[in-house]
Write a protein that binds this ligand. Structure first.
Ligand code: ADP
Ligand code: ZN
Length: 436
């Protein structure tokens, strides 16, 4: 396979030199972070009074973690490290789990971020010849503008359509012969389910690649998307606290995401004890941003669960690969004492061929017990078919799920188009248990 690079030297740098760059950049970031009240106090407590107290990236482990709560408490300017006049842009998180957090960028910060995105895009094999339909939300959310700048830097033709309006999205794909999409996996599946209704077939389109990000999705969902749309799908990971997309991206091999380690320091910790995990072990991803001056963020607890591959990649890049995100630590459902991640459920149902493109997880109480219901849409032909076949399918899905999540779920089969859809980040879980 041909392996394209944006900056081959940096992307294939030997690990010792990469660590050298990380140390240099960390020193720089520490000098900026010391200008903010929060980090000034924390760094001093850790015995770090100036950048000269940093000899190696390991010195970072002396510092306490930064949490989302720290960012909220310092809203809106407590982590600003430069004069407001040097800031050219502000972004904030989408606030999936509460009050949003705010991040400021200088001109250099935007420049550095854009470069990582151009690198990410080129790593997938996309080029200036591609027509790029950016279906992520523009605005304060980082998903839209981040990739927009990166794609322009690569020289693609960008269609800045943003999220939503499925009919128009499909029309635009056809009119401009879009080759590359940036989209959430759930919306990608929804778009597919609407093609037929719009009288459009894949042969009317020129789709080749999809950059899928912003929400957890299983390998089986990727395979389903690749098969249904006849494209290659690349996982894209990032969060607004660390700039947004472009933290980690899949290369042409599509075997998990290279973390751009000249831009970020990645650590994996035990989410309960906070101790560092061995390479290859799963835990919570902790990230330090090495390329942003406006709002320096050190050792940020992402609450995302994943592991780092200990071995290199066939593409020759030396930047380590992060696994798919299994879920967020705060996504985990506890059903009658058993821990269940929505991703475990998704992985099982998405590999069943009869299952269509949407599902929902519903939790309530029946008497004293929690009850988990998995609602899945199935293809119309099946829905109208023989009742005994439907019952057999329902039992099959139930057994599949039981084997993975231990507990016994209720499974409901639904007609396509009947469950709620999302045009951005999907909200798959509806937990209606009384909160005490
Ligand atoms: P919010 O926390 O408000 O959703 P963001 O919009 O910054 O803030 O979303 C970042 C989060 O989205 C990540 O922490 C992660 O949980 C999720 N996410 C982003 N990309 C991916 C991906 N490729 N796979 C799984 N989860 C992802
Ligand atoms: Zn690779």
């Amino acid at each position: 396979m041909e392996v394209p690079f944006w900056n081959k030297e940096i992307e294939t740098l030997d690990r010792a030199r990469l660590r050298g760059i990380q140390t240099e950049r960390l020193k720089q970031i520490i000098s900026w972070a010391l200008k903010t009240p929060l980090y000034n106090k924390r760094l001093n407590q850790a015995g770090i009074h100036s950048e000269n107290d940093i000899k190696d990236i390991e010195d970072l482990t002396r510092l306490a973690f930064t949490t989302k709560d720290d960012l909220r408490k310092n809203f809106p300017r407590g982590l600003l490290a430069v004069d407001m006049k040097d800031i050219i842009r502000v972004h904030s998180s989408s606030g999936t789990t509460g009050i949003p957090t705010v991040i400021y960028f200088t001109g250099d910060d935007i420049e550095n971020w854009t470069d990582l995105l151009a690198r990410s895009i080129v790593a997938t094999g996309a080029t200036s010849e591609d027509i790029f339909q950016n279906m992520m939300t523009y605005g304060l959310f980082t998903g839209g503008l981040g990739l927009h700048y990166g794609a322009e830097r690569v020289g693609m033709m960008v269609i800045p359509i943003g999220g939503g309006n499925t009919k128009r999205q499909i029309q635009v794909m056809k009119d401009f012969q879009t080759t590359t999409l940036h989209i959430t996996p759930s919306y990608m599946l929804h778009i597919h389910s609407k093609l037929e209704q719009e009288g459009v077939s894949l042969s009317d389109l020129s789709l080749r690649k999809g950059f899928l990000g912003a929400e957890p999705h299983s390998e089986n969902t990727r395979l389903k998307i690749e098969e249904l749309l006849n494209i290659h799908a690349y996982n894209s990971y990032g969060l607004s606290e660390l700039n947004g997309p472009g933290v980690a991206f899949e290369c042409v091999y599509r075997k998990d995401m290279h973390v751009w380690e000249d831009g970020y320091i990645v650590e994996i910790i035990d989410p309960v004890t906070g101790e560092l995990k061995e390479e290859g072990e799963q835990g919570e991803v902790v990230l330090t941003n090495l390329i942003r001056r406006g709002t320096p963020i050190l050792r940020y607890r992402t609450r995302d669960l994943a592991f780092l591959h200990p071995e290199g990649c066939e593409c020759g890049r030396t930047h380590r690969r992060l696994s798919r995100i299994l879920g967020r630590t705060d996504d985990m459902l506890i059903i009658n004492g058993v821990n269940v991640f929505p991703s475990q459920i998704e992985e099982k149902i998405m590999k069943i061929p009869e299952v269509a493109t949407n599902y929902q997880i519903y939790v309530d109480k029946k008497g004293q017990l929690d009850r988990l219901t998995v609602r899945v849409e199935i293809y119309p032909k099946l829905f109208l078919g023989d009742v005994s076949n439907l019952e057999a399918l329902r039992v099959k899905i139930k057994e599949e799920l039981k084997s993975s999540i231990v507990i016994n779920p209720v499974v409901e089969l639904h007609e396509p188009g009947s469950l709620p859809v999302s045009e951005g980040k999907a909200k798959r879980v509806l937990d209606e248990r009384p909160k005490d």
